[in-house]
Design a protein around this ligand. Structure first.
Ligand SMILES: Cc1cc2nc3c(=O)[nH]c(=O)nc-3n(C[C@H](O)[C@H](O)[C@H](O)COP(=O)(O)OP(=O)(O)OC[C@H]3O[C@@H](n4cnc5c(N)ncnc54)[C@H](O)[C@@H]3O)c2cc1C
Length: 309
């Protein structure tokens, strides 16, 4: 609504993809299988410690007309495109009908001159999707969220300046990934990929991997607002406290008669968790880590680690 019709910003990359979950009936162990014909591919790979699998169908096509909210029509498109194909494709089409989760969409990018309009700002795919073929979408949204939160927390309520600083810092990073997404889409349907090429892809395309991790600024957020004011206005400081808990906090902190009435925030510092040990990144490490000081290796999330402080 704030930016106008999405057709102005969405750039189709010429590939459609469907993904769904299924039993690991091929008995794959931490690996995948790919079937490719000109302009079409189907693949299966393991997930959740080989207890299940994901399968995907990909095909090239210019813009297709279909109802985005109608999975039956998406499945019909896949059936028509992959009719008569060999390998495991007939079985995968059956598995697809039984799948609990089914995704279908065009591979696309979002390209916008500005990521904000007034008090509305875009984060992640909504503003700067690089496309699945970039392999960087999750990095973009995490880093974007970090920068946006940091800029908002340190610009004293000046959202215009915060939005501009967020965009200015992230633009080059996004431009690089959108170029990568384009190249990936062009190379996606290789005529006959050699084992060497497949090995290279499996090793995260080392020629594309960043040699240097992204350096992110550290932010020291402004002190939290006076809780009594938020109690009066019913606002939620930091979006966490409900009115009841704010009231309980205020009652608990009510100064005794004659004592200093307001907390003194001078020199206030956020309480950061203790230093994180250097070890390979797992989901729980990422969840527990403070948002400051994280080094991102965009291609190889298992190499993400805490930067020395
Ligand atoms: C097939 C495929 C493969 C991918 N592979 C990779 C990969 O290997 N590596 C990688 O880094 N990235 C990959 N990506 C990209 C990655 O998934 C996205 O870049 C990332 O999820 C973007 O995060 P986001 O929060 O911006 O958007 P999303 O994850 O799309 O989150 C947006 C959320 O908003 C919700 N929503 C939408 N409209 C409304 C509304 N009106 N009201 C309320 N909620 C709404 C949606 O339901 C969704 O939950 C892949 C993407 C696809 C499609």
């Amino acid at each position: 609504m704030a930016f106008g019709p999405e057709e102005q910003y969405v750039r189709h990359l010429g590939i459609y993809t469907a993904i769904f979950n299924l039993d690991n009936y091929l008995g794959l162990q931490n690996t995948g299988r790919l079937y490719a014909t000109p302009g079409k591919a189907a693949n299966v790979f393991t997930d959740r410690g080989n207890t299940e699998a994901r399968a995907a169908f990909h095909f090239t096509a210019d813009h297709l007309e279909y109802d985005r909210r109608d999975p039956a029509s998406h499945k019909r498109i896949i059936t028509e495109r992959f009719a008569g194909e060999g390998w495991e494709v007939p079985r995968l089409l059956k598995e697809r009908d039984a799948a609990g989760e089914f995704f279908f969409d065009a591979n696309a990018q979002v390209v916008m001159d500005s990521w904000s309009a007034g008090r509305v700002v875009l984060l992640g795919d909504a503003g700067y999707c690089a496309g699945p073929t970039s392999g960087r979408g999750t990095s973009q949204v995490l880093i974007g969220a970090y920068l946006l939160a940091g800029e908002l927390a340190t610009r004293d309520g000046d959202h215009t300046a915060a939005f501009a600083a967020y965009e200015q810092q992230l633009r080059p990073y996004v431009a690089e990934h959108q170029a990568l997404g384009h190249e990936g889409a062009e190379r996606f349907f290789m005529p006959a990929p050699t084992q060497e090429v497949l090995d290279m892809l499996a090793a995260n395309a080392p020629e594309n991997t960043r040699a240097e991790p992204v350096r992110l600024p550290d932010y020291t957020p402004a002190p939290p607002p006076d809780r009594r004011r938020s109690l009066r206005t019913g606002t939620r400081p930091h979006g966490r406290r409900c009115r009841r808990s704010a009231r309980a906090d205020a009652a608990a902190q009510k100064p005794a008669a004659g004592s200093s009435p307001a907390p003194n925030w001078a020199g206030w510092q956020p309480a950061l968790p203790p230093r994180f040990p250097q070890r390979p990144c797992t989901r729980s490490v990422l969840r527990a880590a403070p948002t400051t000081h994280i080094r991102f290796h965009p291609y190889q999330t298992n190499r993400t680690e805490r930067a020395p402080q």
